[in-house]
Design a protein around this ligand. Sequence first.
Ligand SMILES: [Fe+2]
Ligand SMILES: [Fe+2]
Length: 272
Amino acid sequence: MIKIIAIGDVVGKAGRQALAKSLPLIRERIDPDIVIVNGENAAGGFGITKKIYKQFIENFSIDCVTTGNHWHDKREIFEFLPQAERLVVPANMSNVESIEMGYKILEDRNGNPFAVINLIGNAFMQPGNRNLFKTIDLIMDRIPQNVKVRIVDVHAEATSEKQGVGRYLAGNVSLVFGTHSHVQTADERILEDATGYITDIGMTGPYESVIGIKTEAAIARMKDNERKRFEPASKDLWTPFIEVSVDPKSGLCHSIKRYRWELSKLINDDQK
Ligand SMILES: [Fe+2]
Ligand SMILES: [Fe+2]
């Protein structure tokens, strides 16, 4: 059985600190074969830099970094993306030129092939993105038959759309997880005895905030339409994630478990 860990949107420096604290413990306790992290907010809350991508891959040994609507916020990504073998951007986003940029076929530490697919929602997201469901069809046709382990990050606002994607792919992929809302949902389950599913893993980062952004600026924008600069918050670090086991021969999901590590409590517990 392959053990997969998926970690939701890492927000800013605090998110990277949460990741740095959690990952060694996750590796010690769960010993995963594959670790996938959504990095769309890793650099100052918006986008990802080459330095952070390299840190994720080389220092944290993350197998694949997925992204979302903020993938391009740090313009340097346009330079390093073509060489970034473990980075995917939403295949159907309007500014993503080819669907090849939206999926990768990689190998786990035992040589088992797996595919990671990144898609963006059409509902309540920026206009102009291509049809999510039709893009999935195109990608599924291109993934070789021998790649049984297929993992989908659906980066979307609407819970209904994410459930739709889960149902659409049930039986044909190993795992569909949602990102983008920055709030973990409690609906993890296995669809059609085959496909692990959760609507959103939740944000990795500072929870004394409004979805990772400093509270004052977020409220000023909502209440008075003030365009205060959005900065990531820094306090109360949590790492929510899922642990999923998949049979590498069939690609079927056998279990999905949801975690919500509040780091201050976790560290205190360890010291008891
Ligand atoms: Fe995000
Ligand atoms: Fe997002």
